[in-house]
Design a protein around this ligand. Sequence first.
Ligand code: ADP
Ligand code: ASP
Ligand code: MG
Length: 406
Amino acid sequence: MLIVKKFGGTSVGTPERIMNVARRCVEDYNKGNDIVVVLSAMGKTTDDLIKLAHEVNPKPPKRELDMLMTTGEQVSVAMMGMAMDALGVRAVSLNAYQIAMHTTSTYGNARLKRIDRERILHELEDRKIVIVTGFQGINKYDDYTTLGRGGSDTTAVALAAALHADACEIYTDVDGVYTADPRIVPTARKLKEITYDEMLDLATLGAGVLHNRSVEMAKKYGVKLVVRSSLNYSEGTMVKEEVTVERMLISGVAIDKNADRVSVMGLKDRPGVAFRLFDVLAKAKINVDVILQSIGREGTKDISFTCEDEYVDEAVAVIEANKARLNYESLSCDKNVAKVSIVGAGMMSNPGVAAKMFEALYNEDININMISTSEIRVTVLINEDDCERAANAIHEAFDLGRTHAM
Ligand code: ADP
Ligand code: ASP
Ligand code: MG
């Protein structure tokens, strides 16, 4: 069997943890399997590197930031190569350049386009464990790029797809995918299985256990994923096309503390105003998420939207720079907000799901700032300080801690 195993930052956070991972990989290698290991940077290295960058430049050029961040993963793979050597196993560490993992050119948020397989296949034929840097790629200028925070999962899935691996195992610091972040909702329950679509929604709405693009890619290429702990041998969660066991009304609650709200007040209440505002943002490559427009009063209206923390300062700057064209009265920005969402295909045919969520928030006296819905999700924007209470109350209202069929 060819197995791709990915280990996240906590799993390789110390030399002891690195030895632990090395041993786990060697166990499977000794059974005769071919092993490709994808690693994240050790512990909080990526956060620390970003902080370091900001000490010399509050707006570090994205190319240089990628050049810096990619060093984190390079440390892990080299350490792992040495750990495996200490265990007497032949292994080789490779970075994105050595393999040639081609991406689009956008620094900080590149997409994988193509992975050359020759070097990896050659090393596997030579019975070496291949250790690969997650999160990074190279673009057409031969520069390093990164795939967005949490992107090592995507490296692993892409490799599993390219190499036609028999299994893709994502090892992390929790036992699998839960009905909510178990660190925030203690009663959250581990799911035995989850569909790609539900996992994609949860991941996109803030469940950071998997990078959302990794799920997108797994679905596209039919790569079955197992999410499990690197610290124990418990079974984990299968992510796949169809699930057999439980069909739930709601598959989970997702929390996203990364969202910020921008409000543009006193816009003229005329056609073309929303277009101009979001056109300006789109041209600056800023993704907006939930949008709310007030009803016009006395010829003016307000538009609020959310975007990721990383982009909010840029969003405000770009709107201010276009003040004359957009013609608004005032602009405000609130960083102390969070998105809480419920996700589940089951809600499509069940009216009253949104009401139940709002009731849970009402019972906790939590105010809702914005609401957005689709057929299979409901998202609310609330104060960040309320989000743990909100997630717990919603989780409880839908009884997600217990298994039950629809
Ligand atoms: P890694 O470094 O291994 O990639 P991450 O921190 O990226 O780890 O992802 C694992 C974390 O995801 C967990 O520690 C947990 O707090 C968080 N998480 C958020 N939502 C969920 C969920 N629904 N199920 C499991 N973990 C979740
Ligand atoms: N080290 C990167 C990050 O912290 C990638 C990853 O962990 O998946 O975002
Ligand atoms: Mg991660």
